[in-house]
Write a protein that binds this ligand. Structure first.
Ligand SMILES: C[S@@+](CC[C@H](N)C(=O)[O-])C[C@H]1O[C@@H](n2cnc3c(N)ncnc32)[C@H](O)[C@@H]1O
Length: 270
Protein backbone atom coordinates (compact mmCIF):
# COMPACT_ATOMS: atom_id res chain seq x y z
CA UNK A 1 0.00 0.00 0.00
CA UNK A 2 1.23 3.48 -0.84
CA UNK A 3 1.30 5.67 2.26
CA UNK A 4 1.64 9.41 1.98
CA UNK A 5 3.20 11.55 4.68
CA UNK A 6 0.43 13.20 6.59
CA UNK A 7 2.06 16.62 6.31
CA UNK A 8 3.61 18.58 3.50
CA UNK A 9 5.51 21.81 4.12
CA UNK A 10 4.92 24.44 1.47
CA UNK A 11 5.59 28.14 1.26
CA UNK A 12 2.37 28.95 3.13
CA UNK A 13 3.20 26.56 6.01
CA UNK A 14 2.44 22.96 6.90
CA UNK A 15 -0.42 21.38 4.96
CA UNK A 16 -2.28 18.44 6.40
CA UNK A 17 -3.02 15.81 3.74
CA UNK A 18 -6.41 14.21 4.21
CA UNK A 19 -8.55 11.59 2.56
CA UNK A 20 -12.03 12.78 1.62
CA UNK A 21 -15.19 10.70 1.75
CA UNK A 22 -14.95 9.47 -1.87
CA UNK A 23 -11.44 8.15 -1.18
CA UNK A 24 -9.61 10.94 -3.02
CA UNK A 25 -6.91 13.09 -1.44
CA UNK A 26 -7.13 16.71 -0.36
CA UNK A 27 -5.24 19.05 1.95
CA UNK A 28 -5.89 21.67 4.60
CA UNK A 29 -4.16 24.94 3.77
CA UNK A 30 -2.39 26.33 6.87
CA UNK A 31 -2.48 30.00 5.86
CA UNK A 32 -6.18 30.18 4.93
CA UNK A 33 -7.16 27.43 7.44
CA UNK A 34 -9.44 25.83 4.86
CA UNK A 35 -9.64 22.56 3.00
CA UNK A 36 -8.80 22.66 -0.68
CA UNK A 37 -11.96 20.65 -1.46
CA UNK A 38 -15.23 19.48 0.01
CA UNK A 39 -14.72 16.84 2.69
CA UNK A 40 -17.50 14.88 0.92
CA UNK A 41 -15.10 14.16 -1.97
CA UNK A 42 -12.30 16.12 -3.65
CA UNK A 43 -12.60 14.33 -6.95
CA UNK A 44 -16.38 14.01 -7.13
CA UNK A 45 -16.76 17.66 -6.13
CA UNK A 46 -14.36 18.67 -8.91
CA UNK A 47 -16.24 16.61 -11.48
CA UNK A 48 -19.61 17.91 -10.37
CA UNK A 49 -18.70 21.54 -9.75
CA UNK A 50 -16.24 22.18 -12.57
CA UNK A 51 -16.29 19.50 -15.29
CA UNK A 52 -20.09 19.40 -15.29
CA UNK A 53 -20.60 22.98 -14.06
CA UNK A 54 -18.67 24.37 -17.04
CA UNK A 55 -20.28 21.83 -19.42
CA UNK A 56 -16.83 20.67 -20.42
CA UNK A 57 -18.00 17.66 -22.39
CA UNK A 58 -20.25 19.83 -24.57
CA UNK A 59 -17.44 22.38 -24.93
CA UNK A 60 -14.98 19.70 -26.08
CA UNK A 61 -17.49 18.32 -28.56
CA UNK A 62 -18.45 21.69 -30.03
CA UNK A 63 -15.20 23.69 -30.10
CA UNK A 64 -11.92 23.23 -31.90
CA UNK A 65 -10.11 24.26 -28.70
CA UNK A 66 -11.03 25.06 -25.11
CA UNK A 67 -9.41 27.82 -23.08
CA UNK A 68 -9.75 26.95 -19.41
CA UNK A 69 -8.79 29.15 -16.46
CA UNK A 70 -8.57 27.52 -13.04
CA UNK A 71 -8.60 30.04 -10.21
CA UNK A 72 -6.09 28.54 -7.76
CA UNK A 73 -4.05 25.51 -8.91
CA UNK A 74 -3.81 24.07 -5.38
CA UNK A 75 -2.88 20.40 -5.69
CA UNK A 76 -4.01 20.19 -9.31
CA UNK A 77 -7.15 18.13 -8.75
CA UNK A 78 -9.06 20.30 -11.24
CA UNK A 79 -6.49 19.82 -13.99
CA UNK A 80 -6.02 16.10 -13.31
CA UNK A 81 -9.77 15.38 -13.36
CA UNK A 82 -10.16 17.42 -16.55
CA UNK A 83 -7.32 15.58 -18.31
CA UNK A 84 -8.75 12.20 -17.26
CA UNK A 85 -12.24 13.08 -18.48
CA UNK A 86 -10.84 14.45 -21.74
CA UNK A 87 -8.93 11.21 -22.31
CA UNK A 88 -12.07 9.14 -21.86
CA UNK A 89 -14.00 11.42 -24.18
CA UNK A 90 -11.21 11.33 -26.74
CA UNK A 91 -11.23 7.52 -26.74
CA UNK A 92 -14.99 7.63 -27.25
CA UNK A 93 -15.05 10.14 -30.13
CA UNK A 94 -11.82 8.88 -31.65
CA UNK A 95 -10.37 12.29 -32.44
CA UNK A 96 -8.06 14.66 -30.53
CA UNK A 97 -9.65 17.24 -28.23
CA UNK A 98 -7.54 20.33 -27.66
CA UNK A 99 -7.14 22.00 -24.30
CA UNK A 100 -5.39 25.21 -23.36
CA UNK A 101 -5.10 25.47 -19.57
CA UNK A 102 -4.07 28.45 -17.45
CA UNK A 103 -3.87 28.67 -13.68
CA UNK A 104 -1.96 30.46 -10.94
CA UNK A 105 -0.85 29.64 -7.43
CA UNK A 106 0.62 31.57 -4.49
CA UNK A 107 2.47 28.54 -3.16
CA UNK A 108 5.11 27.48 -5.68
CA UNK A 109 6.25 24.58 -3.45
CA UNK A 110 2.72 23.18 -3.51
CA UNK A 111 2.74 23.30 -7.33
CA UNK A 112 6.12 21.56 -7.46
CA UNK A 113 4.95 18.90 -4.98
CA UNK A 114 1.71 18.31 -6.90
CA UNK A 115 3.37 18.06 -10.31
CA UNK A 116 5.90 15.56 -8.92
CA UNK A 117 3.39 13.43 -7.02
CA UNK A 118 0.04 13.50 -8.79
CA UNK A 119 0.98 13.97 -12.46
CA UNK A 120 3.49 11.18 -13.05
CA UNK A 121 3.82 10.29 -16.76
CA UNK A 122 1.14 12.75 -17.82
CA UNK A 123 3.20 15.48 -19.46
CA UNK A 124 5.77 15.22 -22.24
CA UNK A 125 7.53 18.29 -20.98
CA UNK A 126 7.44 20.32 -17.76
CA UNK A 127 9.55 23.47 -17.67
CA UNK A 128 9.92 26.11 -14.99
CA UNK A 129 10.40 29.38 -16.84
CA UNK A 130 11.46 32.64 -15.21
CA UNK A 131 11.24 35.95 -17.05
CA UNK A 132 11.75 39.45 -15.68
CA UNK A 133 8.05 39.75 -14.84
CA UNK A 134 7.07 36.29 -13.59
CA UNK A 135 7.83 32.62 -13.16
CA UNK A 136 5.60 29.91 -14.51
CA UNK A 137 5.43 26.22 -15.25
CA UNK A 138 4.92 25.38 -18.87
CA UNK A 139 3.29 21.95 -19.38
CA UNK A 140 3.06 20.08 -22.66
CA UNK A 141 1.22 16.92 -23.70
CA UNK A 142 -0.43 15.92 -26.98
CA UNK A 143 -3.15 18.50 -27.77
CA UNK A 144 -2.48 20.17 -24.45
CA UNK A 145 -0.74 23.38 -23.45
CA UNK A 146 -0.71 24.38 -19.81
CA UNK A 147 0.65 27.34 -17.89
CA UNK A 148 0.75 27.74 -14.10
CA UNK A 149 1.76 31.24 -13.08
CA UNK A 150 3.50 31.48 -9.72
CA UNK A 151 2.59 34.32 -7.39
CA UNK A 152 -0.44 36.41 -6.58
CA UNK A 153 -3.02 35.87 -9.30
CA UNK A 154 -4.33 39.40 -8.91
CA UNK A 155 -0.98 40.62 -10.21
CA UNK A 156 0.48 37.87 -12.37
CA UNK A 157 -2.68 36.92 -14.28
CA UNK A 158 -3.51 40.35 -15.82
CA UNK A 159 0.16 41.05 -16.42
CA UNK A 160 0.60 37.72 -18.28
CA UNK A 161 -2.60 38.14 -20.28
CA UNK A 162 -1.70 41.66 -21.38
CA UNK A 163 1.65 40.48 -22.69
CA UNK A 164 0.61 37.31 -24.47
CA UNK A 165 -1.99 36.43 -27.06
CA UNK A 166 -3.68 33.91 -24.78
CA UNK A 167 -7.04 32.66 -26.16
CA UNK A 168 -10.07 34.16 -24.36
CA UNK A 169 -11.41 31.87 -21.63
CA UNK A 170 -14.31 29.63 -22.56
CA UNK A 171 -14.45 28.00 -19.11
CA UNK A 172 -13.52 29.28 -15.66
CA UNK A 173 -13.20 27.05 -12.60
CA UNK A 174 -13.60 29.75 -9.91
CA UNK A 175 -12.05 27.75 -7.06
CA UNK A 176 -10.50 30.23 -4.63
CA UNK A 177 -10.87 29.71 -0.90
CA UNK A 178 -14.01 31.17 0.64
CA UNK A 179 -14.86 34.85 0.07
CA UNK A 180 -14.40 35.49 3.79
CA UNK A 181 -10.84 34.10 3.94
CA UNK A 182 -9.67 34.77 0.39
CA UNK A 183 -11.65 37.90 -0.62
CA UNK A 184 -9.28 39.29 -3.27
CA UNK A 185 -10.39 36.59 -5.72
CA UNK A 186 -14.09 37.45 -5.32
CA UNK A 187 -14.28 41.22 -5.72
CA UNK A 188 -15.99 43.17 -8.46
CA UNK A 189 -12.53 44.18 -9.73
CA UNK A 190 -11.50 40.50 -9.92
CA UNK A 191 -14.59 39.60 -11.94
CA UNK A 192 -13.87 42.64 -14.16
CA UNK A 193 -10.49 41.05 -14.97
CA UNK A 194 -12.13 37.71 -15.72
CA UNK A 195 -14.69 39.36 -17.99
CA UNK A 196 -12.00 41.31 -19.86
CA UNK A 197 -10.15 38.12 -20.84
CA UNK A 198 -13.13 35.84 -21.45
CA UNK A 199 -14.95 34.79 -24.57
CA UNK A 200 -18.54 36.09 -24.81
CA UNK A 201 -19.81 32.52 -24.35
CA UNK A 202 -17.68 31.71 -21.30
CA UNK A 203 -19.13 29.58 -18.50
CA UNK A 204 -17.90 30.32 -14.99
CA UNK A 205 -18.71 27.82 -12.27
CA UNK A 206 -18.10 28.16 -8.56
CA UNK A 207 -19.09 26.33 -5.39
CA UNK A 208 -19.99 29.58 -3.62
CA UNK A 209 -23.57 30.81 -3.49
CA UNK A 210 -22.77 33.89 -1.41
CA UNK A 211 -25.02 36.84 -2.19
CA UNK A 212 -22.03 39.23 -2.01
CA UNK A 213 -20.11 37.42 -4.71
CA UNK A 214 -23.20 37.15 -6.89
CA UNK A 215 -23.63 40.93 -6.55
CA UNK A 216 -19.97 41.43 -7.50
CA UNK A 217 -20.45 39.23 -10.57
CA UNK A 218 -23.54 41.16 -11.63
CA UNK A 219 -21.72 44.49 -11.26
CA UNK A 220 -18.96 43.15 -13.51
CA UNK A 221 -21.46 42.35 -16.24
CA UNK A 222 -21.98 38.63 -15.67
CA UNK A 223 -25.45 37.15 -15.58
CA UNK A 224 -25.93 34.85 -12.64
CA UNK A 225 -27.75 31.56 -12.21
CA UNK A 226 -28.11 29.36 -9.18
CA UNK A 227 -27.32 25.65 -9.45
CA UNK A 228 -27.33 22.64 -7.18
CA UNK A 229 -24.45 22.51 -4.70
CA UNK A 230 -22.14 19.60 -3.95
CA UNK A 231 -22.03 17.64 -0.69
CA UNK A 232 -23.36 19.65 2.21
CA UNK A 233 -23.83 22.74 0.06
CA UNK A 234 -27.37 23.32 -1.14
CA UNK A 235 -26.53 25.78 -3.93
CA UNK A 236 -23.67 26.88 -6.14
CA UNK A 237 -23.33 29.56 -8.83
CA UNK A 238 -22.86 29.77 -12.62
CA UNK A 239 -22.07 33.02 -14.38
CA UNK A 240 -22.24 33.92 -18.08
CA UNK A 241 -21.56 36.93 -20.27
CA UNK A 242 -24.63 36.36 -22.39
CA UNK A 243 -28.28 35.86 -21.49
CA UNK A 244 -30.26 37.09 -18.53
CA UNK A 245 -29.83 36.33 -14.85
CA UNK A 246 -32.40 34.17 -13.14
CA UNK A 247 -35.17 36.70 -12.17
CA UNK A 248 -35.70 34.90 -8.87
CA UNK A 249 -32.03 35.37 -7.97
CA UNK A 250 -32.17 39.03 -8.99
CA UNK A 251 -35.13 39.67 -6.74
CA UNK A 252 -33.48 37.83 -3.81
CA UNK A 253 -30.31 39.90 -4.28
CA UNK A 254 -32.25 43.16 -4.55
CA UNK A 255 -33.97 42.50 -1.25
CA UNK A 256 -30.79 41.53 0.53
CA UNK A 257 -28.65 43.94 2.53
CA UNK A 258 -25.26 42.29 1.90
CA UNK A 259 -22.99 44.44 -0.27
CA UNK A 260 -20.93 43.37 -3.24
CA UNK A 261 -17.21 42.89 -2.51
CA UNK A 262 -14.77 45.57 -3.64
CA UNK A 263 -10.97 45.79 -3.64
CA UNK A 264 -11.13 48.84 -1.35
CA UNK A 265 -12.47 46.58 1.44
CA UNK A 266 -9.60 44.11 1.36
CA UNK A 267 -7.40 45.77 4.03
CA UNK A 268 -4.37 43.82 2.90
CA UNK A 269 -6.16 40.45 2.76
CA UNK A 270 -5.23 38.15 -0.12
C1 LIG B 1 -9.44 25.95 -3.01
S1 LIG B 1 -7.78 25.92 -3.47
C2 LIG B 1 -7.78 25.37 -5.14
C3 LIG B 1 -7.82 23.89 -5.28
C4 LIG B 1 -7.51 23.42 -6.68
N1 LIG B 1 -8.43 23.97 -7.63
C5 LIG B 1 -7.46 21.92 -6.75
O1 LIG B 1 -8.40 21.32 -7.28
O2 LIG B 1 -6.52 21.33 -6.22
C6 LIG B 1 -7.38 27.63 -3.72
C7 LIG B 1 -5.92 27.84 -4.10
O3 LIG B 1 -5.77 29.21 -4.48
C8 LIG B 1 -4.54 29.68 -4.00
N2 LIG B 1 -4.66 31.15 -3.88
C9 LIG B 1 -5.46 31.86 -3.05
N3 LIG B 1 -5.34 33.18 -3.29
C10 LIG B 1 -4.45 33.31 -4.29
C11 LIG B 1 -3.92 34.42 -4.99
N4 LIG B 1 -4.29 35.67 -4.71
N5 LIG B 1 -3.03 34.18 -5.97
C12 LIG B 1 -2.63 32.91 -6.28
N6 LIG B 1 -3.12 31.81 -5.66
C13 LIG B 1 -4.02 32.01 -4.68
C14 LIG B 1 -4.36 28.99 -2.66
O4 LIG B 1 -3.00 28.95 -2.26
C15 LIG B 1 -4.96 27.61 -2.95
O5 LIG B 1 -3.98 26.69 -3.31
Amino acid sequence: MHCMNKYFTGKLGQYEQIQTEDGSQSMINPYFSEGLHSIAGAKTETLFQYWEGCQMEAQFLSRSSISLLEVGFGMGTGLLATLEQRQKLQAHVGSPLKLNYLSFELDDLLVEHSLNNYFKNIFEKVELITTEQYSYYSLRAPNFEGTILLGNGREVLPSFLKQTSHPPFTAIYQDAFSPRRNPSLWTTQWFDTLREFSSSDVILSTYSSSFSIRKSMLLSGFSVMSAKGYGRKKFSTRAYLTGESDPEILSLLENDKLEALYDCQLNGKI
